[in-house]
Write a protein that binds this ligand. Structure first.
Ligand SMILES: Cc1cc2nc3c(=O)[nH]c(=O)nc-3n(C[C@H](O)[C@H](O)[C@H](O)COP(=O)(O)O)c2cc1C
Length: 339
């Protein structure tokens, strides 16, 4: 509000104008600004930018990695992600001179190499893959070292000492687990991890995160059907929903803070579960309107709470197979600003 207006209008009028301007109109304007910036940037399927291509490559690689880490391996899986991956790799090769050094590219090739090897006796699938990827890409994939992508195995036994690991060891060894032991899990087993995650910092200590621990098999199945990112896996023994309670916030510019605080809480909880020797997998709550409404109704979530994420939870199976989900190096993402 302009100073000359502030100085010349009565205080109650100034307060009224400020509350109106700093209310709904301000929220709408910030949503419009955010939408504009997001719409220009995101990796839509027509996107040709290098970063967008890398993200799409990682997304499709991850689909392949998930298929490779299924306990009940489904031969010939992933035709669509493979098609998209082929198209994206080709655009990337044309655009990036040193493409073969990039993490997403290498990771994609490792996953493709594992896919080809696992299908060594499945001629139909090999013919299909070779029909969509050029020969040099297939040859390069078969030569790749598996530590940069694909699936990997470990045992439940290796998780027994998690409570005495250093932070570095715990964090390095944590992996999303999507296939759990059949053994049920109780709230009493999960609670120590939630108590530890309560140490998560939040803006002005307002602690917006709300936690629902869902143990009802039917409800979990219905919720995950709506979620859509866990298809093909058995219903996990427990599902945690993290939400952010908007009633703790005090101004329009704080409207996204619940996601930040909830995200931090989520990471603490994942590590705390891992420390307790409990397996987990974060799951998105990026809903369109219909599934969000249905989810809110199913789980009785009031409109003043934002959905932050789910976490599938259970005991580790004896033998775990999961995705490598290779990471960028710090130098790939850090910008040092020293001037
Ligand atoms: C917010 C969030 C949402 C996620 N959503 C899904 C999901 O819907 N389905 C899924 O299988 N994995 C999901 N993941 C798991 C990621 O794929 C996984 O964390 C990533 O590949 C890194 O692997 P890691 O957790 O084993 O280190 C999600 C992870 C996060 C942090």
């Amino acid at each position: 509000m302009k100073d000359y207006l502030k100085d010349n209008l009565p205080m109650p009028v100034v307060a009224l104008i400020k509350s109106v301007l700093n209310g709904y109109p301000s929220l709408i304007m910030s949503s419009l600004r955010e939408s504009r910036r997001y719409n220009k940037a995101y990796a839509k399927d027509t996107a040709k930018g290098t970063k967008q291509l890398e993200s799409r490559m990682m997304y499709f690689t991850h689909q392949i990695e998930k298929g490779l880490s299924h306990k009940d391996f489904r031969y010939g899986f992933g035709k669509r992600p493979l098609q998209y991956l082929a198209k994206t790799l080709s655009l990337y090769q044309q655009q990036v001179p040193n493409y073969s050094d990039s993490m997403p590219y290498r990771s994609a090739l490792v996953a493709l190499g594992e896919y080809l090897r696992r299908h060594a006796n499945h001629e139909d699938t090999l013919i299909y893959v070779k029909s969509i990827f050029p020969v040099p890409t297939v040859d390069a994939a078969l030569k790749m070292n598996s530590a940069e992508g694909g699936s990997f195995h470990f045992s439940e036994e290796s998780k027994k000492n998690n409570a005495v690991l250093t932070f570095r060891e715990l964090s390095t060894n944590r992996h999303s687990i999507r296939e759990f032991s059949d053994r049920p899990i109780t709230y009493d087993e999960i609670k120590p991890a939630v108590e530890l995650a309560m140490r998560t910092p939040s803006v002005c200590n307002r602690q917006p995160t709300r936690i629902r621990v869902i143990l009802n098999h039917d409800l979990i199945s219905k919720a995950l059907k709506l979620q859509g990112g866990f298809n093909g896996y058995a219903t996990p023994p427990a599902l945690i929903l993290l939400t952010a309670d908007n009633r703790v916030f005090m101004a329009p510019q704080e409207h996204n803070e619940g996601y930040t605080d909830g995200g931090l809480f989520g990471m603490s909880l994942l590590l705390a579960l891992e420390e307790q020797g409990i397996a987990s997998c974060p799951l998105n709550t990026m809903f369109r309107k219909g599934p969000e409404k249905a989810t809110r109704e199913l789980l009785n979530i009031p409109s003043y709470e934002n959905l932050v994420m789910y976490i599938a939870v259970g005991h580790f199976p004896d033998q775990c197979v999961t995705c490598v989900s290779h990471r960028f190096r710090a130098d790939d993402v850090v910008t040092v600003i020293d001037k």
